[in-house]
Ligand binder design. Structure first.
Ligand code: FAD
Length: 382
Protein backbone atom coordinates (compact mmCIF):
# COMPACT_ATOMS: atom_id res chain seq x y z
CA UNK A 1 0.00 0.00 0.00
CA UNK A 2 1.37 3.38 -1.03
CA UNK A 3 1.01 5.77 1.91
CA UNK A 4 1.71 8.84 -0.21
CA UNK A 5 -1.40 10.62 -1.42
CA UNK A 6 -1.55 11.40 -5.13
CA UNK A 7 -1.76 14.99 -6.27
CA UNK A 8 -5.46 14.58 -7.05
CA UNK A 9 -6.12 13.13 -3.59
CA UNK A 10 -4.20 15.94 -1.89
CA UNK A 11 -6.20 18.49 -3.85
CA UNK A 12 -9.52 16.97 -2.71
CA UNK A 13 -8.24 16.80 0.87
CA UNK A 14 -7.30 20.49 0.86
CA UNK A 15 -10.55 21.49 -0.83
CA UNK A 16 -12.58 19.52 1.74
CA UNK A 17 -10.54 20.99 4.61
CA UNK A 18 -11.13 24.51 3.32
CA UNK A 19 -14.85 23.89 2.87
CA UNK A 20 -15.17 22.37 6.34
CA UNK A 21 -13.27 25.22 8.02
CA UNK A 22 -14.71 28.12 6.05
CA UNK A 23 -18.29 27.05 5.31
CA UNK A 24 -19.23 24.49 7.99
CA UNK A 25 -17.28 25.39 11.14
CA UNK A 26 -18.82 28.87 11.53
CA UNK A 27 -22.31 27.32 11.49
CA UNK A 28 -21.69 24.15 13.49
CA UNK A 29 -22.60 25.35 16.96
CA UNK A 30 -25.71 27.23 15.83
CA UNK A 31 -26.90 24.28 13.71
CA UNK A 32 -26.48 22.00 16.71
CA UNK A 33 -28.43 24.39 18.95
CA UNK A 34 -31.22 24.93 16.42
CA UNK A 35 -31.36 21.25 15.51
CA UNK A 36 -31.28 21.86 11.79
CA UNK A 37 -28.99 22.37 8.81
CA UNK A 38 -29.68 24.96 6.11
CA UNK A 39 -30.54 23.35 2.77
CA UNK A 40 -28.24 25.95 1.19
CA UNK A 41 -25.29 24.23 2.88
CA UNK A 42 -26.21 20.90 1.26
CA UNK A 43 -26.49 22.76 -2.05
CA UNK A 44 -23.00 24.16 -1.47
CA UNK A 45 -21.70 20.62 -0.93
CA UNK A 46 -23.16 19.80 -4.32
CA UNK A 47 -21.82 22.94 -6.01
CA UNK A 48 -18.33 22.18 -4.71
CA UNK A 49 -18.58 18.76 -6.36
CA UNK A 50 -18.61 16.75 -3.12
CA UNK A 51 -22.07 15.14 -3.35
CA UNK A 52 -21.23 13.58 -6.69
CA UNK A 53 -17.52 13.11 -5.92
CA UNK A 54 -17.31 9.31 -6.36
CA UNK A 55 -19.72 9.12 -9.31
CA UNK A 56 -18.31 8.78 -12.83
CA UNK A 57 -18.10 11.98 -14.86
CA UNK A 58 -20.74 10.74 -17.33
CA UNK A 59 -23.30 10.91 -14.48
CA UNK A 60 -22.22 14.35 -13.33
CA UNK A 61 -19.68 13.11 -10.81
CA UNK A 62 -16.04 13.83 -10.12
CA UNK A 63 -14.67 10.32 -10.73
CA UNK A 64 -13.02 10.22 -7.29
CA UNK A 65 -11.44 7.06 -5.98
CA UNK A 66 -12.37 5.64 -2.54
CA UNK A 67 -9.31 7.19 -0.84
CA UNK A 68 -10.38 10.66 -2.02
CA UNK A 69 -13.91 10.11 -0.72
CA UNK A 70 -12.54 8.95 2.65
CA UNK A 71 -10.36 12.08 2.83
CA UNK A 72 -13.39 14.28 2.17
CA UNK A 73 -15.41 12.54 4.91
CA UNK A 74 -12.47 12.80 7.31
CA UNK A 75 -12.25 16.56 6.80
CA UNK A 76 -16.01 17.10 7.13
CA UNK A 77 -16.13 14.78 10.17
CA UNK A 78 -13.39 16.81 11.78
CA UNK A 79 -15.74 19.77 11.91
CA UNK A 80 -19.30 18.46 11.96
CA UNK A 81 -20.71 14.92 12.02
CA UNK A 82 -24.21 16.06 11.04
CA UNK A 83 -22.93 17.46 7.74
CA UNK A 84 -20.67 14.46 7.16
CA UNK A 85 -23.54 12.08 7.98
CA UNK A 86 -25.94 13.84 5.62
CA UNK A 87 -23.43 13.49 2.81
CA UNK A 88 -22.55 9.85 3.62
CA UNK A 89 -26.18 8.76 3.41
CA UNK A 90 -26.81 10.74 0.23
CA UNK A 91 -23.59 9.89 -1.58
CA UNK A 92 -22.34 6.55 -0.26
CA UNK A 93 -25.54 4.75 0.64
CA UNK A 94 -27.86 6.05 -2.07
CA UNK A 95 -25.85 7.31 -5.08
CA UNK A 96 -23.12 4.65 -4.94
CA UNK A 97 -25.77 1.96 -4.56
CA UNK A 98 -27.66 3.19 -7.62
CA UNK A 99 -24.36 3.21 -9.50
CA UNK A 100 -23.70 -0.38 -8.41
CA UNK A 101 -27.19 -1.85 -8.79
CA UNK A 102 -29.20 0.50 -11.00
CA UNK A 103 -30.04 -0.13 -14.63
CA UNK A 104 -28.99 2.46 -17.21
CA UNK A 105 -32.35 4.22 -17.14
CA UNK A 106 -32.24 4.58 -13.31
CA UNK A 107 -28.64 5.84 -13.44
CA UNK A 108 -29.57 8.41 -16.11
CA UNK A 109 -32.71 9.46 -14.25
CA UNK A 110 -31.23 9.91 -10.79
CA UNK A 111 -27.44 10.12 -10.57
CA UNK A 112 -26.78 13.54 -12.05
CA UNK A 113 -29.71 15.05 -10.12
CA UNK A 114 -28.27 13.57 -6.92
CA UNK A 115 -24.78 14.85 -7.83
CA UNK A 116 -26.14 18.36 -8.42
CA UNK A 117 -28.12 18.33 -5.17
CA UNK A 118 -31.38 18.75 -7.08
CA UNK A 119 -32.47 15.62 -5.31
CA UNK A 120 -31.52 14.54 -1.80
CA UNK A 121 -31.43 10.83 -1.09
CA UNK A 122 -32.30 8.77 1.99
CA UNK A 123 -31.97 5.07 2.78
CA UNK A 124 -34.95 3.41 4.51
CA UNK A 125 -33.85 0.18 6.18
CA UNK A 126 -34.33 0.34 9.99
CA UNK A 127 -37.74 -0.42 11.48
CA UNK A 128 -39.13 -0.41 15.02
CA UNK A 129 -38.68 -4.21 15.25
CA UNK A 130 -35.75 -4.63 12.84
CA UNK A 131 -32.51 -2.81 13.56
CA UNK A 132 -29.32 -4.88 13.66
CA UNK A 133 -31.38 -7.80 12.32
CA UNK A 134 -32.41 -6.02 9.12
CA UNK A 135 -33.49 -9.27 7.49
CA UNK A 136 -36.40 -9.50 9.95
CA UNK A 137 -38.02 -6.38 8.48
CA UNK A 138 -41.81 -6.31 8.57
CA UNK A 139 -42.41 -3.85 5.72
CA UNK A 140 -44.07 -5.75 2.88
CA UNK A 141 -44.17 -5.30 -0.88
CA UNK A 142 -47.16 -7.14 -2.35
CA UNK A 143 -47.18 -7.83 -6.09
CA UNK A 144 -50.26 -6.38 -7.79
CA UNK A 145 -50.13 -6.75 -11.57
CA UNK A 146 -47.19 -4.69 -12.81
CA UNK A 147 -46.94 -2.84 -9.48
CA UNK A 148 -45.87 -3.44 -5.91
CA UNK A 149 -47.91 -2.13 -2.98
CA UNK A 150 -45.68 -1.29 -0.01
CA UNK A 151 -46.88 -1.15 3.62
CA UNK A 152 -44.84 -0.66 6.75
CA UNK A 153 -42.76 1.85 8.66
CA UNK A 154 -39.14 2.92 9.01
CA UNK A 155 -37.40 4.86 11.77
CA UNK A 156 -34.26 6.93 12.22
CA UNK A 157 -34.06 7.72 8.51
CA UNK A 158 -31.33 10.33 7.99
CA UNK A 159 -32.41 12.94 5.39
CA UNK A 160 -35.86 11.31 5.52
CA UNK A 161 -37.71 14.59 6.02
CA UNK A 162 -35.91 16.49 3.26
CA UNK A 163 -35.23 13.78 0.66
CA UNK A 164 -36.82 13.70 -2.78
CA UNK A 165 -35.68 10.13 -3.39
CA UNK A 166 -35.89 7.19 -0.99
CA UNK A 167 -34.18 3.84 -1.31
CA UNK A 168 -36.76 1.61 0.34
CA UNK A 169 -36.37 -2.00 1.48
CA UNK A 170 -39.43 -4.24 1.80
CA UNK A 171 -40.10 -7.96 1.84
CA UNK A 172 -42.13 -9.34 -1.08
CA UNK A 173 -42.21 -12.86 0.38
CA UNK A 174 -41.51 -13.12 4.11
CA UNK A 175 -41.54 -16.95 3.88
CA UNK A 176 -38.24 -16.63 1.98
CA UNK A 177 -36.78 -14.48 4.81
CA UNK A 178 -33.93 -12.26 3.50
CA UNK A 179 -34.26 -13.74 -0.01
CA UNK A 180 -37.70 -12.14 -0.28
CA UNK A 181 -36.39 -8.60 0.31
CA UNK A 182 -36.53 -6.12 -2.58
CA UNK A 183 -35.03 -2.65 -2.92
CA UNK A 184 -37.00 0.17 -4.55
CA UNK A 185 -36.23 3.71 -5.67
CA UNK A 186 -39.20 5.79 -4.61
CA UNK A 187 -39.77 9.53 -5.16
CA UNK A 188 -40.95 10.85 -1.83
CA UNK A 189 -43.99 12.56 -3.38
CA UNK A 190 -45.44 9.11 -4.17
CA UNK A 191 -48.95 8.84 -2.65
CA UNK A 192 -48.82 6.80 0.56
CA UNK A 193 -45.32 8.03 1.54
CA UNK A 194 -45.77 9.83 4.88
CA UNK A 195 -43.02 11.24 7.06
CA UNK A 196 -42.57 13.08 10.29
CA UNK A 197 -39.65 14.09 12.49
CA UNK A 198 -38.38 11.43 14.89
CA UNK A 199 -39.78 12.04 18.37
CA UNK A 200 -37.45 13.11 21.18
CA UNK A 201 -34.29 15.17 21.22
CA UNK A 202 -31.25 13.32 19.93
CA UNK A 203 -28.01 13.01 21.91
CA UNK A 204 -25.93 14.11 18.91
CA UNK A 205 -26.20 14.72 15.17
CA UNK A 206 -28.74 17.32 16.15
CA UNK A 207 -28.44 19.22 12.88
CA UNK A 208 -29.19 16.08 10.85
CA UNK A 209 -32.70 15.34 9.72
CA UNK A 210 -34.04 12.05 11.15
CA UNK A 211 -37.48 10.88 10.11
CA UNK A 212 -40.10 8.31 10.96
CA UNK A 213 -41.58 7.18 7.65
CA UNK A 214 -44.83 5.31 7.05
CA UNK A 215 -45.73 3.55 3.79
CA UNK A 216 -49.48 3.35 3.56
CA UNK A 217 -50.54 1.31 0.53
CA UNK A 218 -47.75 3.02 -1.41
CA UNK A 219 -47.97 1.79 -5.00
CA UNK A 220 -44.76 1.72 -7.05
CA UNK A 221 -44.19 0.33 -10.54
CA UNK A 222 -41.99 -2.71 -11.20
CA UNK A 223 -39.50 -0.32 -12.82
CA UNK A 224 -38.78 1.10 -9.33
CA UNK A 225 -36.94 -2.12 -8.36
CA UNK A 226 -33.26 -1.50 -7.67
CA UNK A 227 -31.53 -4.75 -8.54
CA UNK A 228 -33.61 -7.82 -9.29
CA UNK A 229 -36.66 -9.00 -7.36
CA UNK A 230 -35.31 -10.71 -4.22
CA UNK A 231 -31.90 -9.04 -4.40
CA UNK A 232 -32.77 -6.31 -1.90
CA UNK A 233 -30.82 -7.76 1.00
CA UNK A 234 -27.65 -7.82 -1.11
CA UNK A 235 -28.35 -4.20 -2.10
CA UNK A 236 -28.74 -3.28 1.59
CA UNK A 237 -25.49 -5.00 2.57
CA UNK A 238 -23.59 -3.28 -0.25
CA UNK A 239 -25.08 0.07 0.82
CA UNK A 240 -23.71 -0.58 4.31
CA UNK A 241 -20.32 -1.55 2.88
CA UNK A 242 -20.15 1.83 1.10
CA UNK A 243 -21.50 3.71 4.10
CA UNK A 244 -19.28 2.06 6.70
CA UNK A 245 -16.17 3.41 5.07
CA UNK A 246 -17.73 6.87 5.25
CA UNK A 247 -18.54 6.44 8.93
CA UNK A 248 -15.04 5.14 9.67
CA UNK A 249 -13.49 8.13 7.91
CA UNK A 250 -15.88 10.51 9.68
CA UNK A 251 -14.92 8.97 13.04
CA UNK A 252 -11.26 9.46 12.20
CA UNK A 253 -12.07 13.14 11.65
CA UNK A 254 -13.80 13.37 15.05
CA UNK A 255 -10.79 11.74 16.75
CA UNK A 256 -8.40 14.12 15.01
CA UNK A 257 -10.54 17.11 16.02
CA UNK A 258 -10.43 15.97 19.66
CA UNK A 259 -6.65 15.66 19.54
CA UNK A 260 -6.25 19.07 17.88
CA UNK A 261 -8.49 20.70 20.48
CA UNK A 262 -6.64 19.00 23.35
CA UNK A 263 -3.17 19.94 22.10
CA UNK A 264 -4.23 23.56 21.79
CA UNK A 265 -5.85 23.55 25.23
CA UNK A 266 -2.89 21.78 26.86
CA UNK A 267 -0.56 24.46 25.50
CA UNK A 268 -2.64 27.41 26.63
CA UNK A 269 -4.45 26.44 29.84
CA UNK A 270 -2.30 27.16 32.90
CA UNK A 271 -2.72 25.64 36.39
CA UNK A 272 -0.26 25.30 39.27
CA UNK A 273 1.86 27.98 37.57
CA UNK A 274 2.45 26.12 34.30
CA UNK A 275 0.70 24.94 31.16
CA UNK A 276 -1.31 21.77 31.83
CA UNK A 277 0.58 20.11 28.95
CA UNK A 278 3.58 19.91 31.29
CA UNK A 279 1.80 17.37 33.50
CA UNK A 280 2.70 13.78 32.67
CA UNK A 281 -0.86 12.52 32.95
CA UNK A 282 -1.96 15.03 30.29
CA UNK A 283 1.00 14.05 28.09
CA UNK A 284 0.08 10.39 28.46
CA UNK A 285 -3.50 11.13 27.41
CA UNK A 286 -2.32 13.06 24.36
CA UNK A 287 0.15 10.34 23.36
CA UNK A 288 -2.48 7.59 23.63
CA UNK A 289 -4.91 9.69 21.59
CA UNK A 290 -2.29 10.35 18.89
CA UNK A 291 -1.39 6.63 18.66
CA UNK A 292 -5.08 5.66 18.43
CA UNK A 293 -5.75 8.19 15.70
CA UNK A 294 -2.70 7.22 13.67
CA UNK A 295 -3.79 3.57 13.82
CA UNK A 296 -7.36 4.51 12.86
CA UNK A 297 -6.04 6.52 9.90
CA UNK A 298 -4.00 3.58 8.62
CA UNK A 299 -7.01 1.25 8.88
CA UNK A 300 -9.38 3.69 7.16
CA UNK A 301 -6.95 4.41 4.32
CA UNK A 302 -6.19 0.70 3.92
CA UNK A 303 -9.89 -0.15 3.56
CA UNK A 304 -10.31 2.64 0.99
CA UNK A 305 -7.15 1.65 -0.87
CA UNK A 306 -8.27 -2.01 -1.08
CA UNK A 307 -11.57 -0.82 -2.51
CA UNK A 308 -9.66 1.11 -5.14
CA UNK A 309 -7.75 -2.07 -6.05
CA UNK A 310 -11.10 -3.79 -6.64
CA UNK A 311 -10.44 -6.15 -3.73
CA UNK A 312 -13.33 -7.29 -1.51
CA UNK A 313 -12.75 -5.43 1.74
CA UNK A 314 -15.72 -6.25 3.97
CA UNK A 315 -13.52 -7.41 6.85
CA UNK A 316 -11.08 -4.50 6.55
CA UNK A 317 -13.95 -1.99 6.31
CA UNK A 318 -15.56 -3.42 9.46
CA UNK A 319 -12.22 -3.34 11.27
CA UNK A 320 -11.75 0.29 10.20
CA UNK A 321 -15.28 1.23 11.31
CA UNK A 322 -14.95 -0.59 14.63
CA UNK A 323 -11.52 0.76 15.52
CA UNK A 324 -11.99 4.32 14.25
CA UNK A 325 -15.32 4.82 16.04
CA UNK A 326 -14.11 3.33 19.32
CA UNK A 327 -10.85 5.30 19.14
CA UNK A 328 -12.86 8.47 18.61
CA UNK A 329 -15.19 7.60 21.52
CA UNK A 330 -12.09 7.26 23.73
CA UNK A 331 -10.66 10.52 22.33
CA UNK A 332 -13.89 12.47 22.89
CA UNK A 333 -14.24 11.06 26.41
CA UNK A 334 -10.70 12.18 27.29
CA UNK A 335 -11.11 15.50 25.47
CA UNK A 336 -14.05 16.53 27.66
CA UNK A 337 -12.08 15.64 30.80
CA UNK A 338 -8.95 17.42 29.60
CA UNK A 339 -10.94 20.62 28.99
CA UNK A 340 -12.24 20.52 32.58
CA UNK A 341 -15.45 22.52 33.12
CA UNK A 342 -15.07 24.10 29.70
CA UNK A 343 -15.42 20.67 28.09
CA UNK A 344 -18.82 20.36 29.72
CA UNK A 345 -20.27 23.31 27.84
CA UNK A 346 -20.87 23.92 24.15
CA UNK A 347 -18.59 26.92 24.44
CA UNK A 348 -15.98 24.39 23.25
CA UNK A 349 -16.78 21.92 20.44
CA UNK A 350 -15.46 18.84 22.30
CA UNK A 351 -18.84 18.70 24.07
CA UNK A 352 -20.52 18.19 20.65
CA UNK A 353 -17.91 15.66 19.52
CA UNK A 354 -18.59 13.66 22.69
CA UNK A 355 -22.33 13.55 21.93
CA UNK A 356 -22.02 13.01 18.16
CA UNK A 357 -19.54 10.15 18.24
CA UNK A 358 -21.98 7.77 19.95
CA UNK A 359 -24.10 7.89 16.78
CA UNK A 360 -21.20 6.67 14.64
CA UNK A 361 -20.74 3.74 17.01
CA UNK A 362 -24.39 2.76 16.48
CA UNK A 363 -25.45 3.38 12.87
CA UNK A 364 -24.56 1.32 9.83
CA UNK A 365 -23.94 -1.63 12.10
CA UNK A 366 -23.21 -1.14 15.80
CA UNK A 367 -19.78 -1.91 17.25
CA UNK A 368 -21.21 -5.30 18.31
CA UNK A 369 -22.31 -6.04 14.75
CA UNK A 370 -18.89 -5.06 13.35
CA UNK A 371 -17.32 -7.59 15.73
CA UNK A 372 -19.75 -10.22 14.44
CA UNK A 373 -18.81 -9.42 10.81
CA UNK A 374 -15.09 -9.62 11.62
CA UNK A 375 -15.44 -12.87 13.61
CA UNK A 376 -17.53 -14.42 10.82
CA UNK A 377 -14.79 -13.59 8.32
CA UNK A 378 -12.29 -15.24 10.67
CA UNK A 379 -14.28 -18.35 11.54
CA UNK A 380 -16.54 -18.83 8.54
CA UNK A 381 -20.10 -20.09 9.02
CA UNK A 382 -20.92 -23.53 10.32
C1 FAD B 1 -28.07 9.15 14.23
C2 FAD B 1 -28.65 7.93 13.58
C3 FAD B 1 -28.86 7.92 12.20
C4 FAD B 1 -29.40 6.78 11.58
N1 FAD B 1 -29.67 6.81 10.21
C5 FAD B 1 -30.27 5.74 9.63
C6 FAD B 1 -30.63 5.77 8.23
O1 FAD B 1 -30.38 6.74 7.52
N2 FAD B 1 -31.28 4.69 7.71
C7 FAD B 1 -31.59 3.59 8.44
O2 FAD B 1 -32.18 2.65 7.90
N3 FAD B 1 -31.26 3.53 9.78
C8 FAD B 1 -30.62 4.57 10.38
N4 FAD B 1 -30.28 4.53 11.74
C9 FAD B 1 -30.63 3.34 12.50
C10 FAD B 1 -29.42 2.49 12.87
O3 FAD B 1 -28.87 1.90 11.71
C11 FAD B 1 -29.86 1.47 13.92
O4 FAD B 1 -30.15 2.21 15.11
C12 FAD B 1 -28.79 0.44 14.20
O5 FAD B 1 -28.63 -0.42 13.11
C13 FAD B 1 -29.11 -0.41 15.44
O6 FAD B 1 -30.41 -0.89 15.40
P1 FAD B 1 -31.38 -0.68 16.66
O7 FAD B 1 -31.36 0.75 17.04
O8 FAD B 1 -32.70 -1.25 16.34
O9 FAD B 1 -30.71 -1.49 17.83
P2 FAD B 1 -30.86 -3.06 18.09
O10 FAD B 1 -30.58 -3.82 16.86
O11 FAD B 1 -32.15 -3.30 18.80
O12 FAD B 1 -29.65 -3.31 19.11
C14 FAD B 1 -29.73 -3.06 20.49
C15 FAD B 1 -28.41 -3.50 21.10
O13 FAD B 1 -28.25 -4.91 20.92
C16 FAD B 1 -27.03 -5.18 20.27
N5 FAD B 1 -27.18 -6.36 19.42
C17 FAD B 1 -28.12 -6.61 18.48
N6 FAD B 1 -27.91 -7.80 17.90
C18 FAD B 1 -26.81 -8.33 18.48
C19 FAD B 1 -26.07 -9.55 18.34
N7 FAD B 1 -26.42 -10.46 17.42
N8 FAD B 1 -24.97 -9.74 19.12
C20 FAD B 1 -24.60 -8.81 20.02
N9 FAD B 1 -25.24 -7.63 20.21
C21 FAD B 1 -26.32 -7.40 19.46
C22 FAD B 1 -26.74 -3.94 19.45
O14 FAD B 1 -25.36 -3.83 19.10
C23 FAD B 1 -27.19 -2.86 20.42
O15 FAD B 1 -26.19 -2.61 21.36
C24 FAD B 1 -29.73 5.64 12.36
C25 FAD B 1 -29.48 5.65 13.74
C26 FAD B 1 -28.95 6.77 14.35
C27 FAD B 1 -28.72 6.76 15.84
Amino acid sequence: MDLKLTEAQQKIQLQARAFACERVAPLAREMDELGTMPLSLIQELANTGFLGGPLPKEYGGGGWDAVSLALCYEELGRVDSSVRGTMTVHTSLVSQCILQWGNESQKREYLSQLARGEMIGCCCLTEPNAGSDAASMETTAARDGEDYVINGEKIWITNGGIAQLAMVFANADPSLKHKGICAFLVPTDTPGFRREKMPGKELGHRASDHAHIVFDNMRVPKSALLGAHGEGFKVAMSALDHGRLGVAAGALGVGQACLDACVEFAKTRRQFGQRIGNFEMIQSTLADMAADIDAARMLVYRAAWLKDQGVRATRETSIAKLFATEAAVRAANQAVLLHGGRGYSNEFPVERYYRDIKGLQIYEGTAHIQRIVIARELLGRE
